[in-house]
Design a protein around this ligand. Structure first.
Ligand code: ADP
Length: 187
């Protein structure tokens, strides 16, 4: 079983590249953002709580999101591997993921860090906001999300550098070019 983390700032293309990885490698996909949005739509207790954070561009507190992730992982059927998209977003989440995977006799095999300059992130997210219907794809919240990324999420890179699984991926170019760089790493 392979465990892959796809990492990067909002708008870096994690979801888009995850779809391509799933298609080629047959991995199961866990996107914490997608799970949260589904829970908001069905108005669960978790969805109500998480919605308060998501709409401001803030992170859902570690305790809540780690519990949700553990639950999602238990209920995910994976044959070859799992790709984590949008998790971990803090160092405590990275530590929690390592513990969870240890219980399954595994660990994160590869961390793919998509690198895109800030100006392009804002451009892409504003564009996506025109059709995504996502409440957090408006300029004010986009800027808040990028700031949260820089302050709270970027340190997660150091964790994986120490683990020896960190791989920087140039996230600028066509979807297929970027995917080609990912395949070079995943093999
Ligand atoms: P993006 O990467 O474009 O911001 P996501 O769908 O991954 O989109 O996340 C959207 C929002 O969901 C985040 O801004 C945050 O509020 C919440 N969220 C998703 N994953 C996590 C996480 N691992 N920890 C805390 N909050 C999260």
């Amino acid at each position: 079983m392979k465990y892959i983390v796809i990492f990067g700032p909002p708008g870096s293309g994690k979801g888009t590249q995850s779809d391509k990885i799933i298609e080629k490698y047959g991995y199961a996909h866990i996107s914490t953002g997608d799970v949260i949005r589904a829970e908001i739509l069905t108005n669960t207790e978790f969805g109500q709580k998480a919605g308060e954070y998501i709409k401001e561009g803030n992170l859902v507190p570690d305790e809540l999101i780690i519990e949700m992730l553990a639950h999602t992982l238990e209920n995910t059927e994976a044959k070859n591997g799992v790709i984590f998209d949008g998790f971990p977003r803090t160092t405590p989440q990275a530590i929690a993921l390592k513990k969870m995977l240890q219980d399954h006799g595994g660990d994160v095999d590869t961390m793919l860090s998509l690198e895109v300059p800030k100006e392009q992130l804002v451009e892409r997210l504003v564009e996506r906001g025109k059709s995504s219907g996502r409440l957090d794809d408006n300029l004010k919240v986009i800027e808040a999300r990028i700031l949260v990324y820089e302050n709270e999420t970027a340190p997660v890179m150091d964790f994986y550098k120490k683990e020896g699984t960190f791989n920087a991926i140039d996230g600028v170019g066509s979807i297929d070019d970027i995917f080609g760089r990912i395949v070079d790493v995943l093999g």
